[in-house]
Design a protein around this ligand. Structure first.
Ligand SMILES: C[S@@+](CC[C@H](N)C(=O)[O-])C[C@H]1O[C@@H](n2cnc3c(N)ncnc32)[C@H](O)[C@@H]1O
Length: 300
């Protein structure tokens, strides 16, 4: 059932004053650049600082290389991550160990699993304890990735695609079922959240076969459908703000794509922000009962 998406207060987060490379330098293992769609560390850190206190529990059900978890434990919070692809889950574990070696005081665990089964993974005493969920869905099977000059001519694109294209459990390959899968994951997160707990989802509009998909609005609707209340719509800048002007940090491919589209008469804009949708579990929500593992809600 759908209901109109409400108008929400808006705030702007200065999250790209330093480039993504400098935000990660020394703090993440160099292999981390292999992931096709990492979150800017400053976005995760801003959400964690704004919506939690030291000692709180933070969850990322699609944690990739563990950005949310690493930032949480550096800020003295504890964290749980779930990631479907084994390669990214093991990189998340290594990034967490690296953070601990650097003095991070929180603790984090990573599950390699399908997050639509989240409540089957968590120990029952975790239900109703999570203060904040920070996550971002994959926007499609491929992203901009990295570019390198080819021998002789042209450029080669690397690290721009997720794993097995036939595996639709990976939401990157779910196509039109992306929002359904994401709604299921949000429903599982609601069980894990404490009353009053916050969900922060980063998303941006994208094109599927030329059609503009308003993913941020779909994320808000998904939250409403599982009983969350939308409280804020934020703009996390992917551009630096210097002397009142935005300095774009767009990749080669983003700029190239927009130039090509505009030359062909498509009025495409260069995006220099991510939407961050903030939703809240109602304070009067009932605490979930701790049912034994195996009998909890989840896909058969
Ligand atoms: C946009 S990326 C998140 C990146 C992450 N925030 C980071 O900074 O590394 C989305 C992640 O969701 C994972 N994913 C896709 N389907 C999933 C599922 N059903 N359960 C858990 N993770 C899933 C993908 O493998 C991918 O790593």
């Amino acid at each position: 059932m759908t209901s109109p998406v409400p108008q929400l207060p808006l705030s702007v987060w200065l999250t790209a004053q330093k480039t993504s490379r400098w935000q990660r330098h020394g703090r993440y293992l160099p292999d981390s650049v292999r992931h096709p769609a990492r979150m800017l560390p400053a976005i995760a850190a801003h959400a964690i600082t704004t919506y939690t206190q030291p000692g709180d529990l933070v969850l990322d059900p699609m944690c990739g290389i563990g950005t949310t978890l690493v930032e949480a434990i550096h800020l003295d919070r504890d964290a749980i991550g779930v990631e479907y692809e084994t390669a990214w889950a093991s990189l998340a574990i290594r990034n967490i160990r690296h953070a601990a070696d650097q003095g991070a005081t929180g603790t984090a665990t990573v599950h390699t699993a399908d997050a639509t089964r989240l409540t089957q993974l968590l120990p029952a005493d975790m239900f109703g304890r999570v203060a904040l969920v920070v996550t971002s869905p994959p926007y499609g099977p491929a992203t901009h990735g990295q570019v390198k000059p080819e021998h002789g001519h042209g450029i080669a694109k690397t690290h721009h695609a997720y794993g097995d294209p036939h595996d639709r459990v990976n939401l990157a390959h779910a196509g039109r079922d992306l929002v359904d899968g994401f709604t299921q994951i949000l429903a599982e997160c609601v069980t894990a959240l404490r009353p009053g707990g916050i969900v922060a989802v980063t998303a941006r509009p994208f094109r599927r076969n030329g059609t503009l998909i308003d993913l941020p609005s779909q994320v808000v609707q998904a939250g409403v459908d599982v009983g969350l209340q939308p409280v804020e719509r934020c703009v996390a800048l992917l551009a630096a703000l210097r002397d009142g002007r935005l300095i774009s940090r767009a990749s080669f491919f983003q700029t190239h794509l927009v130039r090509k589209a505009r030359a062909a008469g498509v009025p495409m804009q260069l995006l220099v922000h991510e939407d961050v949708l903030i939703l809240q579990k109602p304070h009067n929500a009932q605490m979930p009962s701790a049912t034994p593992a195996g009998t909890r809600r989840g896909r058969p």
